[in-house]
Design a protein around this ligand. Structure first.
Ligand SMILES: Cc1cc2nc3c(=O)[nH]c(=O)nc-3n(C[C@H](O)[C@H](O)[C@H](O)COP(=O)(O)O)c2cc1C
Length: 178
């Protein structure tokens, strides 16, 4: 459970800016431009050396990343919409193009250029990705209002048992519903 409202704060990618990154063949970030750092809330030094899933948002369906990796390992360009997670828990949407970097004929790295998208597309893609996750992963995104006393108890259990709040709620539901 993400109890933080940061999760709902969007950072807008300015129209004249491109987010650029490169990774090695395992998806470890080797280059990040200043715009990537600024929009994701990290410093460039914090991004370099990290797996690119550092900005993976929980709303993104697994199948999209499968598609990305299938394309790039077959040396094909992937283009599509991605919702990314900021360091502070907020998010930003981009249109991304991911492809290979070649030295002569040899594939040595992957690169990605990302640009801003319109609001209508963001809304349509959120709906599409919500549906994909529901169908493919048997999981739906829900926003709940819980009583403060219940939240406090869940947080206490989470600390005591060293488990996520999500997994505690899952267990309660499992017990109550089955
Ligand atoms: C060049 C390149 C750029 C990528 N950019 C992103 C990105 O912006 N956001 C993202 O979530 N995954 C991106 N990925 C995919 C990640 O490597 C990773 O597969 C994804 O975050 C899912 O994480 P997981 O594979 O650990 O489940 C990129 C991969 C490559 C090769």
């Amino acid at each position: 459970m993400t109890t933080t409202y940061q999760m709902f704060i969007e950072t807008i990618v300015p129209n004249n800016q491109l987010i650029v990154s490169r990774t090695d063949l395992h998806g470890i970030i080797t280059y990040a431009n200043d715009t990537f750092a600024e929009i994701s809330g990290y410093k460039v030094e914090e991004l370099i050396g990290q797996p690119h899933n550092i900005v993976r948002h929980p709303d993104m369906p697994k199948s999209i990343f499968k598609e990305i990796w299938e394309s790039v390992t077959q040396e094909q360009k992937w283009q599509g919409y991605v919702k990314n997670l900021r360091k502070d828990g907020g998010y930003y949407w981009v249109y991304a193009e991911i492809s290979g970097v070649y030295k002569g004929n040899q594939l040595i790295e992957y690169k990605s250029m990302r640009s801003p998208i319109d609001n209508e597309i963001k809304i349509a893609m959120q709906k599409r990705y919500d549906e994909l996750r529901t169908n493919e992963e048997g999981q739906s995104r829900v926003v709940l209002y819980l009583k403060n006393e219940h939240i406090r108890k869940i947080q206490k259990l989470s600390r005591e048992e060293g488990r996520s709040e999500d997994s505690i709620i899952d267990d309660f539901l499992e017990d109550a519903l089955f």
